[in-house]
Design a protein around this ligand. Sequence first.
Ligand code: CA
Length: 449
Amino acid sequence: MHQQPLIQSFGPNFKSMAALPTLKSFIDVSSDSDFPIQNLPYGVFSDPKNTKPRIGVAIGDWILDLSVIADAGFFETIHPQVTSWFHQASLNVFMAQGPLQWQAVRKHLLTLLSEDCPKLRDASSLRQTAFVAQQQARYYLPFNTKNYTDFYSGIHHAENVGRLFRDKNNPLLPNYRHIPVAYHGRASSLVISGTPIRRPMGQFMPQDHDMPQFGPSQRLDFELELGTVIGTGNLLGEPIAIDDANTHIFGFVLVNDWSARDIQQWEYVPLGPFLGKSFATTLSPWVVTQEALAPFQIPAPQMTPPPLPYLVAKHDFAYDIQLQVSLITRESSKKYTISHTNTQALYWTQAQQIAHHTSNGCNLETGDLLASGTISGETPGSDGSLLEMTANGKEPLVLSQHEQRCFLEDGDTVIFEAFCKKPDFPRMGFGVAAGTVIPATIRGTHDKS
Ligand code: CA
Protein backbone atom coordinates (compact mmCIF):
# COMPACT_ATOMS: atom_id res chain seq x y z
CA MET A 1 0.00 0.00 0.00
CA HIS A 2 2.79 2.41 0.84
CA GLN A 3 4.02 3.74 -2.47
CA GLN A 4 7.06 5.60 -1.27
CA PRO A 5 8.68 6.45 2.04
CA LEU A 6 7.72 10.11 2.11
CA ILE A 7 8.24 10.78 5.78
CA GLN A 8 11.84 10.69 6.82
CA SER A 9 12.16 14.31 7.57
CA PHE A 10 8.99 16.30 7.45
CA GLY A 11 10.16 19.69 6.30
CA PRO A 12 9.61 22.70 8.54
CA ASN A 13 7.76 21.01 11.39
CA PHE A 14 4.90 22.87 12.88
CA LYS A 15 6.19 23.20 16.40
CA SER A 16 4.92 26.37 17.91
CA MET A 17 1.31 27.22 18.70
CA ALA A 18 2.44 30.84 18.67
CA ALA A 19 2.76 30.57 14.89
CA LEU A 20 -0.79 29.31 14.48
CA PRO A 21 -2.65 32.60 13.87
CA THR A 22 -0.51 33.50 10.87
CA LEU A 23 -0.07 29.98 9.46
CA LYS A 24 -1.04 29.76 5.79
CA SER A 25 -1.74 26.81 3.54
CA PHE A 26 -0.64 26.23 -0.05
CA ILE A 27 -4.37 25.67 -0.64
CA ASP A 28 -6.13 28.98 -1.31
CA VAL A 29 -8.62 29.78 1.44
CA SER A 30 -10.81 32.86 1.18
CA SER A 31 -11.10 35.06 4.27
CA ASP A 32 -14.80 34.26 4.67
CA SER A 33 -14.28 30.49 4.48
CA ASP A 34 -15.24 28.30 7.45
CA PHE A 35 -12.17 26.17 6.88
CA PRO A 36 -8.78 27.89 7.15
CA ILE A 37 -5.76 25.71 7.96
CA GLN A 38 -6.30 26.56 11.64
CA ASN A 39 -9.60 24.62 11.66
CA LEU A 40 -9.16 21.24 9.89
CA PRO A 41 -12.44 19.63 10.98
CA TYR A 42 -12.97 15.91 10.33
CA GLY A 43 -15.81 14.41 8.31
CA VAL A 44 -16.86 11.27 6.45
CA PHE A 45 -17.47 11.67 2.73
CA SER A 46 -17.52 9.99 -0.67
CA ASP A 47 -17.44 11.40 -4.19
CA PRO A 48 -18.53 10.27 -7.67
CA LYS A 49 -15.06 8.90 -8.47
CA ASN A 50 -14.77 6.94 -5.24
CA THR A 51 -18.12 6.07 -3.67
CA LYS A 52 -16.59 4.43 -0.61
CA PRO A 53 -17.17 6.55 2.52
CA ARG A 54 -13.88 7.58 4.13
CA ILE A 55 -12.36 10.23 6.37
CA GLY A 56 -11.16 13.67 5.35
CA VAL A 57 -10.50 17.13 6.70
CA ALA A 58 -11.96 20.31 5.25
CA ILE A 59 -9.65 23.05 4.00
CA GLY A 60 -11.01 25.97 1.98
CA ASP A 61 -13.35 24.55 -0.66
CA TRP A 62 -11.59 21.17 -0.57
CA ILE A 63 -11.44 17.95 1.38
CA LEU A 64 -8.07 16.37 2.05
CA ASP A 65 -8.70 12.62 1.77
CA LEU A 66 -6.84 11.15 4.76
CA SER A 67 -7.18 7.61 3.42
CA VAL A 68 -5.12 8.61 0.36
CA ILE A 69 -2.35 10.34 2.24
CA ALA A 70 -2.28 7.59 4.88
CA ASP A 71 -1.78 5.04 2.06
CA ALA A 72 1.03 7.22 0.75
CA GLY A 73 2.81 6.86 4.08
CA PHE A 74 2.31 10.37 5.39
CA PHE A 75 1.29 9.23 8.86
CA GLU A 76 3.65 6.29 9.33
CA THR A 77 5.56 7.92 12.16
CA ILE A 78 2.41 8.30 14.25
CA HIS A 79 1.16 4.75 14.68
CA PRO A 80 1.50 1.39 12.87
CA GLN A 81 -2.27 1.12 12.34
CA VAL A 82 -2.81 4.71 11.27
CA THR A 83 -3.88 3.80 7.73
CA SER A 84 -6.83 1.80 9.00
CA TRP A 85 -8.08 4.72 11.10
CA PHE A 86 -8.91 6.72 7.98
CA HIS A 87 -10.30 3.96 5.73
CA GLN A 88 -13.43 3.98 7.86
CA ALA A 89 -17.01 5.09 7.36
CA SER A 90 -16.94 6.74 10.79
CA LEU A 91 -14.48 8.57 13.00
CA ASN A 92 -14.98 6.16 15.90
CA VAL A 93 -11.77 4.14 15.45
CA PHE A 94 -9.68 7.31 15.27
CA MET A 95 -11.56 8.99 18.13
CA ALA A 96 -11.04 5.94 20.37
CA GLN A 97 -7.22 6.42 20.09
CA GLY A 98 -7.35 9.31 22.55
CA PRO A 99 -6.04 12.85 22.78
CA LEU A 100 -2.34 12.14 22.24
CA GLN A 101 -3.05 10.60 18.83
CA TRP A 102 -5.56 13.33 17.93
CA GLN A 103 -2.90 15.92 18.68
CA ALA A 104 -0.23 14.04 16.73
CA VAL A 105 -2.42 13.81 13.63
CA ARG A 106 -3.47 17.45 13.85
CA LYS A 107 0.12 18.61 14.22
CA HIS A 108 1.07 16.49 11.21
CA LEU A 109 -1.75 17.97 9.13
CA LEU A 110 -0.88 21.54 10.12
CA THR A 111 2.64 20.92 8.87
CA LEU A 112 1.63 18.99 5.76
CA LEU A 113 -0.85 21.62 4.58
CA SER A 114 1.31 24.64 5.39
CA GLU A 115 2.60 26.71 2.49
CA ASP A 116 6.28 26.08 3.17
CA CYS A 117 6.10 22.28 3.47
CA PRO A 118 6.86 20.77 0.04
CA LYS A 119 5.87 17.14 0.75
CA LEU A 120 2.27 17.38 -0.41
CA ARG A 121 2.45 20.81 -2.02
CA ASP A 122 4.88 19.58 -4.67
CA ALA A 123 3.47 16.05 -5.07
CA SER A 124 1.35 17.02 -8.06
CA SER A 125 0.07 13.56 -9.01
CA LEU A 126 -0.77 12.66 -5.42
CA ARG A 127 -2.64 15.96 -5.04
CA GLN A 128 -4.95 14.89 -7.90
CA THR A 129 -6.37 12.10 -5.74
CA ALA A 130 -5.75 13.53 -2.27
CA PHE A 131 -8.01 16.56 -2.72
CA VAL A 132 -11.73 16.31 -3.47
CA ALA A 133 -13.91 19.38 -4.11
CA GLN A 134 -16.44 19.81 -1.30
CA GLN A 135 -19.10 20.59 -3.91
CA GLN A 136 -18.76 17.08 -5.33
CA ALA A 137 -18.81 15.29 -2.01
CA ARG A 138 -21.58 13.38 -0.36
CA TYR A 139 -21.49 13.46 3.44
CA TYR A 140 -22.37 10.86 6.03
CA LEU A 141 -22.85 10.98 9.79
CA PRO A 142 -19.23 11.49 10.87
CA PHE A 143 -19.41 9.17 13.88
CA ASN A 144 -21.53 6.28 15.15
CA THR A 145 -23.53 7.25 18.19
CA LYS A 146 -24.89 4.67 20.58
CA ASN A 147 -26.26 7.21 23.03
CA TYR A 148 -27.45 10.76 22.57
CA THR A 149 -28.16 12.98 25.57
CA ASP A 150 -29.84 16.35 25.28
CA PHE A 151 -28.97 18.90 27.95
CA TYR A 152 -30.85 22.10 28.77
CA SER A 153 -27.90 24.38 29.48
CA GLY A 154 -29.03 27.47 27.56
CA ILE A 155 -30.18 29.55 30.51
CA HIS A 156 -32.06 32.20 28.53
CA HIS A 157 -33.94 29.44 26.68
CA ALA A 158 -34.84 27.83 30.01
CA GLU A 159 -36.03 31.22 31.31
CA ASN A 160 -38.01 31.97 28.14
CA VAL A 161 -39.75 28.59 28.26
CA GLY A 162 -40.37 28.98 32.00
CA ARG A 163 -41.99 32.36 31.38
CA LEU A 164 -44.19 30.94 28.61
CA PHE A 165 -45.44 27.88 30.48
CA ARG A 166 -44.88 28.42 34.20
CA ASP A 167 -44.09 31.55 36.17
CA LYS A 168 -43.25 34.90 34.55
CA ASN A 169 -41.47 36.12 37.67
CA ASN A 170 -39.69 32.93 38.62
CA PRO A 171 -39.11 31.06 35.36
CA LEU A 172 -36.32 28.66 36.35
CA LEU A 173 -37.18 25.47 38.21
CA PRO A 174 -35.40 25.11 41.58
CA ASN A 175 -32.90 22.54 40.28
CA TYR A 176 -31.69 24.60 37.29
CA ARG A 177 -28.70 26.30 38.90
CA HIS A 178 -27.63 23.10 40.69
CA ILE A 179 -27.88 20.37 38.02
CA PRO A 180 -27.07 20.39 34.29
CA VAL A 181 -30.59 19.16 33.44
CA ALA A 182 -30.87 16.63 30.59
CA TYR A 183 -32.88 13.73 29.16
CA HIS A 184 -31.83 10.69 27.16
CA GLY A 185 -32.48 11.27 23.48
CA ARG A 186 -32.76 8.86 20.58
CA ALA A 187 -29.56 8.01 18.69
CA SER A 188 -31.19 5.97 15.88
CA SER A 189 -32.81 9.05 14.31
CA LEU A 190 -29.67 11.20 14.10
CA VAL A 191 -29.34 12.29 10.46
CA ILE A 192 -26.75 14.15 8.44
CA SER A 193 -27.36 17.69 7.20
CA GLY A 194 -29.45 17.69 4.03
CA THR A 195 -31.63 14.76 5.03
CA PRO A 196 -35.34 15.66 4.55
CA ILE A 197 -37.30 15.89 7.80
CA ARG A 198 -40.69 14.25 7.64
CA ARG A 199 -43.32 16.06 9.69
CA PRO A 200 -44.13 13.68 12.52
CA MET A 201 -47.54 12.24 13.24
CA GLY A 202 -48.49 12.23 16.88
CA GLN A 203 -50.99 12.70 19.64
CA PHE A 204 -51.73 16.16 20.96
CA MET A 205 -54.44 18.08 22.75
CA PRO A 206 -55.64 21.00 20.63
CA GLN A 207 -56.51 24.19 22.48
CA ASP A 208 -60.08 24.28 23.83
CA HIS A 209 -60.54 20.53 23.27
CA ASP A 210 -61.13 17.97 25.98
CA MET A 211 -59.99 14.93 23.97
CA PRO A 212 -56.61 14.47 22.27
CA GLN A 213 -56.21 13.99 18.51
CA PHE A 214 -53.76 12.01 16.38
CA GLY A 215 -52.42 13.64 13.24
CA PRO A 216 -49.55 15.59 11.66
CA SER A 217 -47.85 17.89 14.18
CA GLN A 218 -49.19 21.44 13.83
CA ARG A 219 -46.33 22.98 15.81
CA LEU A 220 -43.11 21.77 14.28
CA ASP A 221 -40.06 23.69 15.51
CA PHE A 222 -36.26 23.61 15.53
CA GLU A 223 -33.81 23.90 18.42
CA LEU A 224 -30.38 25.44 17.82
CA GLU A 225 -27.76 23.47 19.76
CA LEU A 226 -24.05 22.70 19.91
CA GLY A 227 -23.22 18.99 20.12
CA THR A 228 -20.24 17.66 22.07
CA VAL A 229 -18.74 14.52 20.51
CA ILE A 230 -17.24 12.08 23.02
CA GLY A 231 -13.87 10.75 21.87
CA THR A 232 -13.07 8.36 24.70
CA GLY A 233 -15.49 7.17 27.34
CA ASN A 234 -15.28 5.79 30.86
CA LEU A 235 -15.80 2.37 32.40
CA LEU A 236 -19.18 1.58 33.92
CA GLY A 237 -19.07 2.56 37.57
CA GLU A 238 -16.10 4.92 37.19
CA PRO A 239 -17.19 8.56 36.96
CA ILE A 240 -15.14 11.11 35.02
CA ALA A 241 -13.77 13.75 37.39
CA ILE A 242 -14.53 17.26 36.22
CA ASP A 243 -10.85 18.14 35.84
CA ASP A 244 -10.43 15.21 33.41
CA ALA A 245 -13.63 15.80 31.50
CA ASN A 246 -12.26 17.84 28.60
CA THR A 247 -9.73 15.12 27.72
CA HIS A 248 -12.71 12.95 26.71
CA ILE A 249 -14.03 15.46 24.16
CA PHE A 250 -13.04 14.98 20.52
CA GLY A 251 -14.95 17.92 19.08
CA PHE A 252 -18.19 19.68 18.29
CA VAL A 253 -20.95 19.71 15.67
CA LEU A 254 -24.10 21.75 15.11
CA VAL A 255 -27.30 20.04 16.18
CA ASN A 256 -30.90 20.72 15.20
CA ASP A 257 -33.07 19.03 17.81
CA TRP A 258 -36.30 19.18 15.76
CA SER A 259 -39.24 19.42 18.14
CA ALA A 260 -42.99 18.90 17.72
CA ARG A 261 -44.27 21.30 20.36
CA ASP A 262 -47.85 20.05 20.39
CA ILE A 263 -46.79 16.41 20.83
CA GLN A 264 -44.17 17.43 23.40
CA GLN A 265 -46.55 19.58 25.44
CA TRP A 266 -49.12 16.79 25.78
CA GLU A 267 -46.71 13.90 26.47
CA TYR A 268 -43.93 15.33 28.60
CA VAL A 269 -45.52 15.06 32.04
CA PRO A 270 -44.15 13.40 34.12
CA LEU A 271 -41.26 11.64 32.33
CA GLY A 272 -40.03 14.29 29.89
CA PRO A 273 -39.72 14.47 26.09
CA PHE A 274 -40.42 11.35 24.01
CA LEU A 275 -42.02 11.27 20.55
CA GLY A 276 -42.05 15.05 20.22
CA LYS A 277 -38.25 14.84 19.85
CA SER A 278 -37.27 11.36 18.66
CA PHE A 279 -38.39 11.59 15.02
CA ALA A 280 -35.18 13.31 13.79
CA THR A 281 -32.09 15.22 14.93
CA THR A 282 -29.85 16.83 12.29
CA LEU A 283 -26.04 17.06 12.60
CA SER A 284 -23.56 19.12 10.60
CA PRO A 285 -21.02 16.99 8.70
CA TRP A 286 -17.78 18.47 10.06
CA VAL A 287 -16.49 17.79 13.56
CA VAL A 288 -14.59 20.88 14.72
CA THR A 289 -12.00 19.64 17.17
CA GLN A 290 -11.54 20.86 20.69
CA GLU A 291 -7.96 21.75 19.80
CA ALA A 292 -9.02 23.90 16.85
CA LEU A 293 -11.45 25.79 19.08
CA ALA A 294 -8.88 26.43 21.81
CA PRO A 295 -8.17 30.02 20.65
CA PHE A 296 -11.87 30.78 21.23
CA GLN A 297 -12.03 29.64 24.82
CA ILE A 298 -13.37 32.24 27.23
CA PRO A 299 -13.86 32.19 31.01
CA ALA A 300 -16.68 29.93 32.17
CA PRO A 301 -19.81 31.78 33.34
CA GLN A 302 -20.05 33.04 36.89
CA MET A 303 -22.41 30.70 38.71
CA THR A 304 -24.79 31.80 41.43
CA PRO A 305 -25.04 29.92 43.71
CA PRO A 306 -21.77 28.03 43.30
CA PRO A 307 -22.44 24.42 42.23
CA LEU A 308 -21.59 21.43 44.39
CA PRO A 309 -17.86 20.57 44.46
CA TYR A 310 -18.07 17.69 41.93
CA LEU A 311 -19.14 20.30 39.35
CA VAL A 312 -16.39 22.80 40.13
CA ALA A 313 -13.29 22.57 37.91
CA LYS A 314 -9.87 24.04 38.61
CA HIS A 315 -9.76 25.59 35.14
CA ASP A 316 -13.06 25.43 33.37
CA PHE A 317 -13.85 27.44 30.27
CA ALA A 318 -16.61 28.21 27.81
CA TYR A 319 -16.50 29.09 24.10
CA ASP A 320 -17.19 32.21 22.09
CA ILE A 321 -18.97 30.73 19.07
CA GLN A 322 -21.42 32.82 17.07
CA LEU A 323 -24.45 30.99 15.75
CA GLN A 324 -27.19 31.87 13.33
CA VAL A 325 -30.46 30.41 12.12
CA SER A 326 -31.82 30.99 8.61
CA LEU A 327 -35.01 29.95 6.91
CA ILE A 328 -35.76 29.37 3.22
CA THR A 329 -39.43 28.86 2.48
CA ARG A 330 -41.09 27.00 -0.37
CA GLU A 331 -42.52 30.27 -1.71
CA SER A 332 -39.27 32.22 -1.79
CA SER A 333 -35.66 31.36 -2.47
CA LYS A 334 -34.53 34.19 -0.19
CA LYS A 335 -32.56 33.13 2.86
CA TYR A 336 -34.07 34.87 5.88
CA THR A 337 -31.63 34.97 8.79
CA ILE A 338 -33.95 34.95 11.79
CA SER A 339 -31.59 34.63 14.74
CA HIS A 340 -28.05 35.52 15.82
CA THR A 341 -26.79 34.14 19.11
CA ASN A 342 -23.68 32.87 20.89
CA THR A 343 -22.61 29.85 22.94
CA GLN A 344 -21.90 32.27 25.79
CA ALA A 345 -25.59 31.78 26.63
CA LEU A 346 -24.77 28.30 28.00
CA TYR A 347 -24.83 28.26 31.80
CA TRP A 348 -23.20 24.84 32.21
CA THR A 349 -19.91 23.95 30.52
CA GLN A 350 -19.22 20.74 28.60
CA ALA A 351 -16.92 19.58 31.42
CA GLN A 352 -19.72 20.03 33.95
CA GLN A 353 -22.14 18.14 31.71
CA ILE A 354 -19.71 15.21 31.42
CA ALA A 355 -18.88 15.16 35.14
CA HIS A 356 -22.57 15.20 36.01
CA HIS A 357 -23.53 12.64 33.34
CA THR A 358 -21.01 10.12 34.68
CA SER A 359 -21.33 11.04 38.38
CA ASN A 360 -23.63 8.07 39.02
CA GLY A 361 -21.24 5.69 37.25
CA CYS A 362 -22.99 5.86 33.87
CA ASN A 363 -20.51 5.09 31.09
CA LEU A 364 -20.04 7.39 28.12
CA GLU A 365 -18.74 5.72 24.97
CA THR A 366 -16.80 6.76 21.87
CA GLY A 367 -19.20 8.58 19.53
CA ASP A 368 -21.75 9.53 22.17
CA LEU A 369 -23.35 12.90 21.54
CA LEU A 370 -24.17 15.45 24.23
CA ALA A 371 -26.29 18.28 22.86
CA SER A 372 -26.09 21.57 24.71
CA GLY A 373 -29.74 22.51 24.91
CA THR A 374 -31.27 25.31 22.90
CA ILE A 375 -29.00 28.33 22.68
CA SER A 376 -30.95 31.56 22.96
CA GLY A 377 -29.63 35.00 23.79
CA GLU A 378 -31.23 37.58 26.07
CA THR A 379 -32.28 40.05 23.41
CA PRO A 380 -34.85 39.97 20.59
CA GLY A 381 -33.46 38.34 17.45
CA SER A 382 -31.33 35.88 19.39
CA ASP A 383 -33.77 33.04 20.06
CA GLY A 384 -32.86 29.46 19.25
CA SER A 385 -36.41 28.23 18.55
CA LEU A 386 -39.66 29.44 16.98
CA LEU A 387 -41.40 28.64 20.27
CA GLU A 388 -39.55 31.59 21.78
CA MET A 389 -39.56 33.85 18.69
CA THR A 390 -43.33 33.64 18.36
CA ALA A 391 -44.30 33.30 22.04
CA ASN A 392 -45.62 29.77 21.36
CA GLY A 393 -47.31 30.77 18.11
CA LYS A 394 -49.05 33.87 19.48
CA GLU A 395 -46.85 36.50 17.78
CA PRO A 396 -46.01 35.45 14.21
CA LEU A 397 -42.51 36.00 12.92
CA VAL A 398 -42.74 38.32 9.92
CA LEU A 399 -40.41 37.22 7.12
CA SER A 400 -41.64 39.54 4.36
CA GLN A 401 -44.75 41.41 3.29
CA HIS A 402 -46.20 38.13 2.12
CA GLU A 403 -44.86 35.60 4.56
CA GLN A 404 -44.90 34.93 8.26
CA ARG A 405 -44.40 31.90 10.45
CA CYS A 406 -45.64 30.70 13.81
CA PHE A 407 -44.18 27.22 13.32
CA LEU A 408 -42.54 25.41 10.40
CA GLU A 409 -44.50 24.65 7.24
CA ASP A 410 -43.89 21.87 4.73
CA GLY A 411 -41.16 22.96 2.32
CA ASP A 412 -39.36 25.15 4.87
CA THR A 413 -35.59 24.67 5.04
CA VAL A 414 -33.88 25.46 8.36
CA ILE A 415 -30.17 26.26 8.17
CA PHE A 416 -27.84 26.51 11.16
CA GLU A 417 -24.39 28.06 10.79
CA ALA A 418 -21.70 28.87 13.33
CA PHE A 419 -18.36 30.60 13.29
CA CYS A 420 -15.68 32.04 15.55
CA LYS A 421 -14.09 35.40 14.97
CA LYS A 422 -11.61 37.58 16.78
CA PRO A 423 -8.90 40.07 15.87
CA ASP A 424 -5.65 38.64 14.53
CA PHE A 425 -7.04 35.16 13.96
CA PRO A 426 -8.63 33.71 10.83
CA ARG A 427 -12.39 33.20 10.87
CA MET A 428 -13.29 29.58 11.55
CA GLY A 429 -16.67 27.94 11.06
CA PHE A 430 -18.67 24.75 11.37
CA GLY A 431 -20.26 24.48 7.91
CA VAL A 432 -24.02 24.00 7.99
CA ALA A 433 -26.68 21.81 9.54
CA ALA A 434 -29.70 22.06 7.25
CA GLY A 435 -32.94 20.18 6.76
CA THR A 436 -36.14 20.64 4.74
CA VAL A 437 -39.53 19.76 6.17
CA ILE A 438 -41.54 17.34 4.02
CA PRO A 439 -45.21 16.45 4.52
CA ALA A 440 -46.29 13.86 7.06
CA THR A 441 -47.04 10.34 5.92
CA ILE A 442 -50.64 9.82 6.87
CA ARG A 443 -51.40 6.13 7.03
CA GLY A 444 -52.77 3.77 9.59
CA THR A 445 -54.36 6.63 11.46
CA HIS A 446 -57.88 6.74 12.77
CA ASP A 447 -57.98 10.50 13.00
CA LYS A 448 -61.24 11.74 11.53
CA SER A 449 -60.67 15.42 12.19
CA1 CA B 1 -33.22 20.23 22.89
